[in-house]
Design a protein around this ligand. Structure first.
Ligand code: TIU
Length: 220
């Protein structure tokens, strides 16, 4: 067992039953011309997450920790995209529209894939998801059960959207979640702060929060 100095208190985990989850580090959210920017966001806000997450991946891979990446996106015919999502708001380009990195948020397009800096290793799982949560309409639950995973170390974007939705889904399914504060990012600094506080508040209502340095120290 290993213990991380976390908020609201120590996070104890067994590396053999722990997975690192890297959520939606896709060009569509991280780079200009993708889904994030079409929603009116400044994608530069997310860049600071890349370097610590790359270092985290090096540490986890060296120890053989299970690493799972997710990607948010839809089938080319949009049959898995509910109208409530497709028609929401006033983006400059809708999901499925042709953008500079291919069709916005569509599987198989350049923009849908994970950024080069955090590219999955050949033995790492990539779970495609149609929603914000990584459990909804995916094989993630079965994959974790098959591997005996009980604890999730959660990273990725964005803090208050796909990270939060996934952590809430995981918490209700009985997983213990540690969110790494420097490896999750939001387009909104105030949501980043509030999003992290919400997880650890009330005695850890959804999980624990710690910087990646504390998690990596616990792995040594
Ligand atoms: N818009 C926003 O903040 N996020 C998303 O739409 N998806 C994810 O968080 N991955």
């Amino acid at each position: 067992m290993a213990t991380v100095d976390a908020s609201p208190g120590p996070f104890t985990f067994d590396p053999a039953s722990t997975a690192l989850l890297v959520i939606d580090m896709q060009r569509d959210f991280m780079e200009p011309g993708g889904f994030g920017e079409t929603l009116g966001n400044d994608v530069a806000q997310l860049r600071r997450v890349i370097e610590p997450t790359a270092a985290l991946l090096v540490a986890c891979r060296a120890l053989g920790l299970t690493v799972i990446h997710t990607r948010e996106g839809h089938l080319p015919d949009l049959s898995d995209c509910p109208p409530a999502k497709l028609n929401r708001g006033e983006p400059s380009m809708r999901i499925g529209a042709p953008g500079p990195m291919g069709r916005i948020l569509i599987r198989g397009e350049h923009g849908h894939d994970i950024i080069d800096e955090l590219a999955p290793a050949s033995d790492e799982l990539v779970i495609d998801k149609p929603g914000k949560g990584a459990f909804y309409n995916t094989s993630l639950g079965d994959v974790l059960a098959a591997r005996g995973i009980r604890s999730l170390v959660v990273t990725g974007v964005t803090t208050e959207v796909c990270v939060h939705t996934t952590v809430r889904e995981a918490n209700d399914r009985g997983y213990e979640c540690l969110v790494l504060s420097d490896c999750v990012g939001s387009y909104f600094p105030e949501f980043q702060e509030a999003g992290l506080r919400m997880i650890a508040a009330q005695g850890g209502i959804f999980g624990w929060v710690a910087p990646s340095s504390s998690f990596i120290a616990a792995l040594q």
